[in-house]
Design a protein around this ligand. Structure first.
Ligand code: ATP
Length: 909
């Protein structure tokens, strides 16, 4: 047992508040020699057969017996030495056994011991591949002994843990205690500068059992309840491995050089003041939860992989030792903080050791480094075996042989467990496969030997330092009650606390009867009892004195505070009065503002109501306007569609009428053209008229050619110029001749009627009629100069007549009828007068077209000139021809659309 305290029922010295160092006196070998002992408990665990293997060499026959036999393939069997052997164990776990079952049976009692201040050693032993690492570490879903131990420890100590750094390892395997204030300072310092964790590279080699991931692990919920609840606890872990008889610290933080990795530095082992062995300089980490513990474990396993990569070793070829040290110390009299006494600290330790597997070198055919490893493993295991044997012999034979612990680092480290007190348990892992028979047999023999070794039973630790038991819980309840009272605003009634604060002088006086003054068996315990009681009394007195001093100090402080608060209160009262006045003034102001505000609010409400009302009206009007607009639009659309329809209808009708009229006009024009053409033909066939004097009138008397203001004569259709009014003469109609069938004459050609021309707009509006409301036309009597008076009695009298000798456009525009008097002398000397009549029609270009529609021929015959007339028809034809030519020349009139013919008769034709 590793202890910091000299006696368990130590009397605390509460005045010493500075950190103290625990001093552990040397153990008394005498006590150990006489103390009761227990054998090392050896358990056997069988792993399942590997798939593909059927040959077995062992099987459990009961919960404590394992039968072993040589399989057929073994040398022993072949040599005929078949022998079945039974080996007894504390318990045999078969292949179906669970990790939880193994833990509860083997490791849980050791955890219980640890929490009660007792040491324990648990190690797994067996040939390589027999399941040692599996039993110790397990898998995340089915954890082995190590994770379960950590779970149970933290489940149990839970809220009883001390603040971090209250307990501090002193680098000599002992612990110091410091006040919680100092611990807090240290926490702050360390939090500011967190330790640098060297980066570890990923290694290509992944040794078996080293890839435990804790993220998805299933925790063990077991909790040990019968703890010293007035104690405070702290857990420290260290993790080392022993390889080739060197000790390496797996938690040491060294800078990793990725270019040239340095091999890890081995550590030396030392003996502390209590003669306990420890790895000097190994890092010991204080952990506060299972998670932190696993973090450390994981870190150690990673470093283990890195170290083995550098050393070119196999992890399973080393022994790993995971140390859990539990530090506990009593709380102070009020159960608030830890008692500031290094002597009262109790340290218990549990070592979980995963030994490297033993193997026969001839079987593995190892060489070089591997051979050296195997040799070292076997040597260390052999040393362990030798130590066990010597111990057993010393214990059984009473000899005092030197146990060769120092021959191997493993045994040297375990020395305290065998020499001191505590529980030692071993799990022998067995692979029941036939080929492992020989090695398994050796393991069995070693297991039997180990079971015969005795280890001193650890003694029960009493943390009775004279302080009231249950003080911590009472203090907690008191604090809870205070907090609740503060929240509720009431006073704390201590009488109703579930556990009142109490002080005890220890158990009552024992019943002791003394008959002889020299009877040491009664007096010695009595003296011890009295000394204990006196010590407790002194503790209580000191505690009382301390409390009195504290109380006086508190009183002085309170008095000072009271005076301070009194003067402060006076000052505050005057301040308050001033503030009160100010507040009254402000309150008055506030009332005024409130009144003003309420008026404003009222006004605001009214205007809001008005606004709403107006808004409604506005909405109504908007609605009406919208409706009207819609109605208007509707009507507009209605009338628009009506207008469109009407317009369409009218346009269709107009088109129809225009078409009809056009057709009609065209046909009429065509007829007239035909007639004119016929007239022309007729005229062309006649001889020109001779004027008196025998000269033919071939040119008009008024001028030779048409000028801009004289009418032109065109053959065919003429379009007037757009820029100036023009006069056109059109022979459009010959009265009474229109429907007359043309007479066929010799030498004249009769033309067949051709359809009227299509698609051209008329030059004149033939339908135009001047107003005849007066009942009389306005005649333009055109008598070219040189005409002779006919003196006929039948000559028609024209009213509204304007006579001109030279034709002007303006004259035609003012007249509706045109009359041209044309005279010619016939061959027989007679004068023939032709009255050519026409209608004056306005043209589209603003001029006037004269449409000829009537020719009256007046022929005067003298009685003496009858003879000269040989062929009047011929004359007529010639004369007409000449006349028309003359007319054309003189009037430059356009003739179009004529048909029919003019005969050489005098009568109106
Ligand atoms: N009880 C068991 N149930 C299931 N599998 C097991 C059991 N024991 C061991 N194994 C499996 O056997 C293999 C070897 O086990 P393990 O690594 O624990 O052997 P070891 O004794 O630690 O070997 P070494 O000494 O070489 O380190 C592992 O894959 C492990 O999962």
């Amino acid at each position: 047992m590793l202890r910091n305290k000299s006696r368990l029922n130590y009397i605390s010295n509460t005045s010493a508040m500075k950190p103290t160092r625990g001093k552990t006196p040397k153990k008394t070998p005498k006590r150990l020699k006489t103390a009761p002992k227990d054998p090392v408990e050896v358990y056997c665990r069988l792993r399942p057969l590997e798939s593909g293997l059927t040959e077995r060499c062992c099987a459990p026959t009961s919960s404590t017996i394992l039968k072993i036999w040589p399989p057929e393939s073994s040398q022993t069997f072949k040599s005929g030495n078949y022998k079945e052997l039974d080996y007894g164990f504390k318990f045999v776990f078969d292949e179906e056994s669970s990790q939880k079952g193994l833990y509860d049976h083997v490791a849980l009692p050791l955890v219980d011991d640890l929490l009660h201040g007792k040491n324990g050693l648990l190690f797994t032993y067996g040939i390589t591949g027999s399941g040692k690492t599996h039993a110790m570490t397990g898998t995340p879903q089915d954890g082995g002994i190590l994770p379960r131990c950590l779970d149970v420890i933290f489940n149990s100590i839970g809220e009883l843990q001390a603040y971090k750094y209250v307990f501090k390892p002193d680098k000599a395997n002992l612990f110091e205690v410091q006040t919680e204030a100092d611990a807090m300072l240290e926490r702050q310092e360390r939090d500011v500068a967190p330790p640098t964790i060297p980066k570890t590279p990923t290694t290509p080699r992944r040794p078996r059992g080293a890839d435990f991931e804790y993220g998805s692990r299933v925790p063990d919920h077991t909790k040990i309840t019968n703890l010293f609840e007035d104690n405070v606890y702290a857990v420290f872990v260290s993790y080392v491995e022993i390889y080739n008889n060197y000790v390496y610290d797996l938690l040491e933080e060294t800078e990793y050089d990725g270019v040239k990795p340095r091999p890890p530095q081995s550590k030396v082992m030392r003996e502390d003041a209590n003669r306990n062995m420890y790895v000097s300089g190994a890092v010991e980490v204080e952990i506060k939860s299972t998670e932190e513990a696993f973090e450390v474990l994981l870190k150690g396993q990673k470093r283990r992989r890195v170290a083995h990569t550098v050393l070119n070793t196999e992890s399973s070829r080393s022994h790993s030792v995971f140390n859990i040290r539990l530090v506990q110390a009593p709380s102070d009299p009020v159960g608030e903080e830890v008692l500031m006494d290094g002597e009262a600290i109790c340290v218990s330790q549990m070592s979980l050791v995963d030994l490297a597997g033993s193997e026969r070198t001839h079987r593995t055919n190892n060489s070089g480094d591997r051979l050296r490893e195997a040799g070292n493993i076997n040597t260390s295991l052999m040393t362990l075996r030798t130590c066990i044997e010597t111990l057993r012999e010393n214990q059984m034979m009473g000899t005092n042989k030197l146990v060769p612990y120092r021959d191997s680092k493993v045994t040297h480290l375990f020395k305290n467990y065998f020499d001191g007190e505590g529980k030692v348990r071993m799990i022998v892992c067995v692979n029941p496969a036939g080929p492992d028979y020989e090695e398994t047999l050796h393991v069995m023999k070693f297991a039997q030997l180990t079971q015969e070794v005795q280890v001193t039973r650890p003694t029960e630790i009493m943390f009775d330092v004279g302080l009231a038991p249950g003080r911590r819980r009472a203090n907690q309840m008191y604090k809870d009650a205070m907090k609740k009272a503060e929240e509720d605003g009431t006073d704390v009634d201590l009488a109703v606390l579930p556990i009142p604060l109490q002080y005890s002088l220890g158990p009552p006086f024992p019943q002791l009867e003394i008959s002889d003054a020299a009877d040491g068996s009664v007096l010695v315990p009595l003296v011890q009892f009295l000394v204990d009681r006196q010590n407790r009394r002194n503790t209580l007195l000191r505690d009382l004195a301390h409390k009195q001093t504290q109380f006086r100090n508190d009183l002085v402080t309170l008095e000072n505070e009271r005076n301070h608060y009194k003067s402060q209160a006076e000052y505050l009262t005057t301040e308050l009065d001033a503030e009160q006045k100010k507040s009254d003034r402000l309150e008055r102001q506030l009332k005024q503002y409130q009144k003003y505000l309420s008026e404003m609010e009222r006004a605001n409400l009214n205007s809001e109501a008005d606004k709403v009302h107006l808004q409604y009206e506005l909405d109504d009007k908007r609605m009406k306007i919208t409706q009207e607009q819609m109605e208007r639009d509707r009507l507009k659309n209605k009338y628009r569609s009506k207008i469109d329809l009407e317009r369409e209808r009218m346009s269709k009708e107009m088109e129809k009428r225009v078409k009809m009229t056009e057709e009609e006009l065209k046909s009429k024009m065509w007829e007239r053209e035909e007639k004119l053409r016929a007239v022309k033909e007729i005229l062309a066939s006649e001889t020109p008229v001779r004027r008196p004097g025998g000269k033919a009138a071939v040119a008009p008397p008024t001028g030779a050619r048409a000028t801009a203001n004289t009418p032109r004569f065109h053959a065919g259709r003429v379009k007037p110029a757009q820029s100036e009014p023009r006069l056109n003469f059109v022979g459009s109609r010959v009265r009474e001749f229109n429907n007359q069938t043309p007479t066929s004459r010799p030498g004249t050609k009769l033309r067949s009627r051709s359809p009227p021309p299509k698609g051209s707009a008329p030059v004149v509006n033939i339908r135009h009629r001047r107003s005849r409301s007066t009942g009389a036309d306005t005649w333009l009597d055109h008598r070219p100069p040189g005409n002779i008076e006919t003196g006929t009695v039948l000559q028609k009298k024209l009213r509204n007549k304007k006579s001109v000798s030279q034709l002007e456009v303006q004259d035609t525009q003012r007249s509706s009828k045109y009359l041209l008097t044309h005279q010619e002398q016939q061959a027989d000397g007679n004068v023939e007068t032709r009255l050519i009549k026409g209608d004056c029609l306005p043209t589209a270009g603003g001029g006037t077209a004269v449409v000829f529609n009537d020719v009256e021929v007046l022929r005067q015959t003298s009685p003496g000139s009858r003879k000269r007339r040989s062929d009047p028809d011929e004359d007529m034809v010639n004369g007409v021809d000449g006349d028309w030519t003359d007319i054309e020349t003189r009037c430059a009139t356009g003739i179009e659309g004529h048909h029919g013919r003019i005969t050489g008769k005098r009568t109106k034709v």
